[in-house]
Design a protein around this ligand. Structure first.
Ligand code: APR
Length: 257
């Protein structure tokens, strides 16, 4: 592989791309959090290799079989609440702090970017920050939601006001994305001249369209995932390997740029 090709796959190349950008943004996925102990979805040991998301994480299941829905989600709340950010989150927060990332869009609901010090995180798939009633729009804290689930004989938390089953603030398959966040994500992509994708297989629309928007607008793509993505052939920088290592080396390379 020529030096240019090697360069195109190095933290140094990513550091140079980010340094030269006028308006770089980042889009992250579950691969950001595997080094914190949270399995991703589509890797060999991913969550969706073991259960069908349409059976356990769809709006239809939530409405028609709330007990099955909550049997899957209740243990995940504990698993997602008890973990810490890893070096990939820390590096992303540092890139934001240095002004090299103007927007941070995440598909993750684990809030680890915020815990690592990132600000203005655009959570396009919602987050585990609250509970909500889809019938009467009542809101609860996550603590209240968990207490209701644990106090219910069938494990299904119900709304105090209307009695309908409650869900967390995580977006389900078949549920519309939060309008403010998806609008912010599209606006960020329209302004971006570089998009850095970290830890996403880019299989789920509409978020998977954001790199295409940047590319069509003449912007450049940097992709850092262990697995393949549909954009691998058009990426200007393509890094594989662990996000924690690659991003930490990118931050270190910035000091040398
Ligand atoms: N470093 C780099 N890449 C990693 C790491 C890591 N430590 N761990 C996993 N990956 C890669 C995987 O190889 C895969 O390419 O991250 C990607 C994760 O892809 P998915 O599991 O499909 O996760 P994601 O793209 O975030 O899924 C999008 O699908 O199920 C829905 O709502 C859910 O937000 C999720 C959406």
């Amino acid at each position: 592989m020529g030096s240019l090709a090697v360069m195109a796959g190095s933290p140094k190349a990513l550091a140079e791309l980010l340094s030269e950008a006028e308006h770089a943004i980042a889009l992250t996925g579950a691969g950001m959090s595997t080094e914190s102990g949270i399995p991703d979805f589509r890797s060999a040991d991913g969550v969706w290799q073991k259960v069908d998301p349409m059976e356990v994480a769809s709006l239809q299941t939530f409405i028609t079989e709330p007990q099955r829905f909550w049997q899957f989600h209740r243990p995940r709340i504990d698993m997602l609440s008890g973990v810490d950010p890893n070096s990939a989150h820390v590096a992303i927060a540092e890139l934001q702090r240095r002004g090299l990332l103007r927007s941070l869009i995440t598909q993750n609901i684990d809030r680890l970017h915020s815990k690592a010090g990132s600000t203005d995180v655009i959570e396009v798939h919602g987050s585990l920050s609250r509970g909500e009633c889809l019938q009467c729009k009542a809101m609860t804290t996550l603590g209240e939601l968990v207490a209701k689930a644990d106090g219910a004989d069938d494990g299904v938390p119900r709304c105090d006001d209307c009695g309908f089953q409650l869900k967390s603030g995580v977006v389900m398959f078949g549920e519309s994305l939060p309008p403010a966040e998806i609008t912010a994500a599209y606006e960020a992509a329209e302004r971006a001249d570089v998009i850095l994708v970290v830890g996403s297989s880019l299989q789920v629309a509409p978020v998977s369209e954001l790199p295409a928007m940047v590319h069509q607008g003449g912007g450049r793509l940097a992709i850092l995932t262990e697995g393949d993505t549909p954009y691998d052939e058009v990426a200007d920088v393509r890094l594989r390997g662990k996000a924690g290592v690659q991003l930490s080396e990118t931050v270190a390379a910035l000091d040398a740029v």
